[in-house]
Design a protein. Structure first.
Lengths: 223, 173
């Protein structure tokens, strides 16, 4: 009688166990990003709002590691830029409206290139000569803009706003503030930030944002 | 009833322990056909197009210089007196053409090597990511040079890896 009970339980366990293993062998597993169905209902204080936007699990910040370099892109909703500029625990509705008015018509991203586990200045990384350093500074400051674009469906939008935020010896990364004109298309498509890395020779870097992730952004609580 | 439950629990725990031991001690291996992975990698296709575009633009510069040179050569051939200035200019232009052509070819080779390196860097990274995510101990690369003499077809994960690396490249993963 005992065996009658034990055997089916053991068989069931083995079946579940085998199925689970087969799953992990299969195609590279689905990403574990959170569901956003509820996030659009959220209304957050500036600090919470900013950390929500910066949380990679919410899909507005994408990262890609190639060798020893990490490339990351942060999508910046207008309210997020307002929070970054105001740096206050509470933002007035009128201030937010004013900022949004000022920034409208464009979409904004930050591109960050950083060294994994290195503390040297990014521009000095694996440097061959002093001249190469100058070339890198020159490229980051003036020429890199042409190597960046935003792909939306079949449209390729060139980078219209570009600013290199130089870190000098302070941080092992370089940050670029980017802006692209908004396309007038009503149907929302995936947005892919495309960048051809000419300095560290890591190839074309693509970081994609799904329409769902871009829509379901919480609201900023204002006073 | 309580005793039965304890026995069932013990068996389940035992099975879990066996599975855990198996999981941690058995190395998971597979192989990919390197040529196929390389050729079906989207970055390779895109850089190939970019390289072709650059090479064509450079070829146009080279063709244009060659055409100028031919015109000058014809002018000298047609001139029975063989104007000395024209001959000097021809020699100068010919040297310039040879030098320019050499430099363009060098640039093409450098760019080809750079793009190859970029493709391999990303390819290696993504295969490494695939291996880690799917708990492989080894993923062998079969390129037909004899380093992998035989492997069962069930261990061929080429298609899965191609799908993964292209998704990773597109930034979808």
């Amino acid at each position: 009688m005992n065996l009658k009970l034990i055997l089916p339980v053991a068989a069931f366990y083995l079946l579940v166990s085998c199925n689970r293993n087969t799953g992990s062998h299969g195609s590279a597993e689905l990403s574990g990003e959170k569901s956003f169905s509820e996030s659009s209902q959220l209304e957050l204080e500036p600090i919470e709002y900013m950390s929500w936007i910066q949380d990679t699990e919410h899909g507005l910040k994408k990262e890609k590691v190639i060798d020893d370099i990490t490339f990351s892109a942060q999508y910046k909703p207008l309210a997020y830029i307002a929070c970054m500029e105001e740096r206050k625990n509470a933002i007035q509705e009128s201030v937010l409206k004013e900022k949004e008015e000022e920034l409208k018509g464009m979409q904004y991203y930050d591109l960050k290139i950083s060294l994994s586990g290195e503390q040297t200045e990014l521009l000095k990384y694996k440097l061959q000569s002093g001249q190469e350093y100058q070339d890198r500074v020159n490229y980051f400051a003036f020429k890199m803009q042409k190597d960046i674009s935003l792909v939306e469906g079949s449209d390729t939008v060139p980078c219209a706003l570009y600013h290199f935020e130089r870190a000098y010896d302070v941080a092992p990364y370089a940050k670029f503030l980017l802006g692209f004109p908004l396309t007038n298309k009503k149907d929302r498509k995936e947005k892919t930030l495309v960048f051809h890395d000419e300095i560290f020779k890591k190839g074309i870097i693509k970081l994609s944002f799904s329409p769902q992730q871009l829509i379901n952004v919480p609201k900023l609580k204002t006073i | 009833m309580k005793k039965e439950l304890i026995i069932v629990l013990l068996i389940v725990i035992g099975l879990m322990a066996v599975e855990a031991y198996h999981y941690f001690t058995t190395s998971k291996t597979a192989y990919v056909l390197i040529g196929e992975v390389y050729n079906k990698f989207d970055l390779k296709k895109e850089l190939e197009k970019k390289l072709e575009f650059t090479k064509n633009a450079r070829q146009k510069i080279s063709d244009s210089l060659a055409f100028d040179l031919k015109l000058l050569a014809k002018k000298i051939d047609d001139d029975k007196a063989k104007n000395e200035q024209d001959v000097k200019l021809y020699n100068l232009k010919r040297e310039e053409f040879v030098e320019k052509k050499r430099r363009l070819e060098e640039d093409n080779n450098t760019l080809t090597k750079q793009y190859d390196q970029e493709i391999l860097t990303q390819l290696n990274q993504y295969v490494k990511d695939y291996g880690k995510e799917n708990h492989y101990t080894y993923i062998h690369g079969n390129d037909g040079n004899g380093s992998l003499m035989y492997a069962d077809e069930s261990k061929n994960i080429t298609e899965k890896v191609i799908e993964y690396i292209n998704k990773k490249y597109k930034g979808e993963k």
